[in-house]
Design a protein around this ligand. Structure first.
Ligand code: K1U
Ligand code: ZN
Length: 185
């Protein structure tokens, strides 16, 4: 498995629509496994293919120790409204409230290519909708009011300086521990 770089706001792929997956191959399953490893290293609860520079229509999520893979996801039902705070691994340090459906039923294919359906509320529903947006080139800041968006973008302009290549490189938990051990010597 491998840690993948995460593309940050400004990288064109985050604004491009994805293409449906025709066949679930071993290569795609390797991508899914790498995305899980990357999401966990980044302490996220979701990660969509464009965030790691890929244009396949798929995402991974893990809310409350419930790992999910959605390939070619579609909404079956969305009802109610709920406001809640969101962040995005592609826009570090920017947070804000977004109103979304309170309940969502989503269907797609799992890691083996088998049809699956999930009925979600609360943080899982929010996460699935946030990830689905990534597959359509939409980001959570697109829902902000003009004023809130301006302040979020001014924060991001300062933060962005840390990512000149518009990529975030992650460090694995093992390498992080090794680094601390070396510093302690
Ligand atoms: O797609 C992403 O950028 C991942 C993003 C997903 C997400 C977070 C919060 C609400 C909806 C969707 C993250 O995981 S950012 C990390 C984060 O803010 C968070 C982590 C654990 C619980 C709640 C938020
Ligand atoms: Zn995101």
């Amino acid at each position: 498995m491998a840690l993948l770089d995460i593309h940050v706001l400004g990288s064109p792929i985050l604004r491009e629509p994805t293409r449906p997956v025709d066949e679930v191959t071993d290569e795609l399953r390797r991508l899914v496994d790498d995305m899980f490893e990357t999401m966990h290293a980044a302490k996220g609860i979701g990660l969509a293919a464009p965030q790691v520079g890929r244009s396949e229509r798929l995402f991974v999520a893990d809310v409350d120790d419930n790992p999910l893979v959605f390939i070619n996801p579609e909404i079956v039902l969305a009802e109610g409204k709920a406001k809640g705070e969101e962040g995005c691994l592609s826009i570090p340090e920017v947070y804000g409230d977004v109103e979304r459906a309170a309940r969502v039923v989503m269907r797609g294919l799992d890691r083996e290519g088998a049809p699956m359906e999930v009925d979600a509320t609360e943080l899982l529903a929010r996460c699935l909708l946030h990830e689905l947006d990534h597959l359509h080139g939409r980001l959570f800041v697109d829902y902000f009011s003009l004023l809130k968006r301006r302040s979020a973008m001014s924060k991001w302009e300062k933060e962005k300086a840390k990512y000149p290549a518009l990529r975030r490189a992650l460090i694995s938990p093992k390498d992080l521990a090794d680094q601390h051990n070396e510093e302690a010597l």
